[in-house]
Design a protein around this ligand. Sequence first.
Ligand SMILES: [Zn+2]
Length: 167
Amino acid sequence: MCLIQTLSRQPRVNGQHDAIISEGLFYRVQDVLDSKARTYRPKVKTIENFPLRGFFLCPQCGQKLTGSKCKGRNKYYYYYHCHKDCKWRVNSEIANKIFKDHLNKFKPLPEVKKLYAAVLLEGYREHGVVASEKKKSLEQIAVYEKKLSVARNLLVTEKSILKITIL
Ligand SMILES: [Zn+2]
């Protein structure tokens, strides 16, 4: 049994000794153990100038940076920026280039390149299967909603006929 599982089963008493870890960290670990942890997903919707929106964190306050464009005299300028109160920002072209240059430092070793490509391809295919199942489910929901709509219309019509008959 791991230490965290052992600790989580102990009755909780505050204030008897200094905490080894923060209470927040403890509960996050508990969430992971209970599989309740939220998966961090940056916004998928993006535009060309902000491919990294949702991935960058503000170096001053730690908030997720968003992106927007500002109109200059002759052209637009694109920035990743923090929220209104912080005001930290960086030109998106510069930030994207720095990130791209940094990524280029990580290249798979030639001997594992094929395996790496196979792993990526497998992940891509699995993602495609999930997307396909989701599409099927949405189509099935649309069919059910249509049937439900027809059933409601029939019910309303039947009630109207019934009222007319009673009158
Ligand atoms: Zn900030």
